[in-house]
Design a protein around this ligand. Sequence first.
Ligand SMILES: [Zn+2]
Length: 352
Amino acid sequence: MLRNLKLATLRVLKTAGVFNLVADSPWRRNRLLVLCYHGMALEDEHEWRPALYMDPRRLQQRLEMLKRGGYSVLPLGEALQRLQAGTLPSRSVAITFDDGTYDFYRQAYPLLKQYGFPATVYQTTYYMDYQRPVFSLICSYMLWKRRGIVIPDGRRLGLTEPLDLRTEAGRHRVVLSLLGLAEREGLTGRQRDELATEMARFLKIDYEALVAKRILQLMNVQELQEISRAGVDVQLHTHRHRTPEDEDLFRREIRDNRERIQAVVSSTPVHFCYPSGVYRSKFFEWLAKEQIVSATTCDSGLVSSHSRSLLIPRYIDNQFRTPLEFESWLSGVGALLVLRSAATQKYVPIET
Ligand SMILES: [Zn+2]
């Protein structure tokens, strides 16, 4: 109901010309919109997790809107510098993709090339080296493939409770149990993958077919090299997609990530994105010690010259957002409405 009211309000504002008025205002000119994307579906991943995966046709619509709307799509680093210098062009936007999935290479990268838009990829590197599906995600995806059933006995997978796959909450509980098991037993990447293989057998899913399609896998070294050479900006997202509470472990995540990226691309990454949007105030000092220039969050908002460089807000675009909502954010109206209602868009973190 509230959403319908919001969409109705946006329609009225757009028809009245308010979108254009705000988009060309001095207020918007001094602000940068950083768009945040995650995966682009190879098959049906956007139906499995619409907050995380998008139909690539929708991404194309978004890029078309950026082009037709005369938006200035800038590389992230340049955009942040120009924001501070007060030299941003009108309607400034930067595009970022989290995680560095294979589907970025396959679906998003060709579209970005077609439109000539620069983009930043925040690359996590453990699964770049280990070319198998991300354990937690592939487990969740396979359980979703078998949604609607209850499996009374999960002991073959080391689980004591029945597998209730009828609801998202039920499936989530199974994933948490599997992750807990993997943690307790200290399973390696290979052993986790064997557990996923076992689960696929249990659910009568052809795991190797999924692996061959590279669903829920990351880009490999060659692909990362190719996109980097073509001008895609590759930046930091931790090695294992996690932010430990301990300084040494936290900084090791950044360093391992940076070393792996540096070995593949020619430049040194200095921009960071918090995995799952999780941050703590103690991280700021640790990031500064690692010479991190900027850090993006999953909090909604436009970036202004007053924004903290280690707390850069973004707009998380996904399968749920209508073209009208997306356009409202491009123009700046969306951010103004969020401020007015003091509401934030909730992002459901995905642990990988
Ligand atoms: Zn991530």
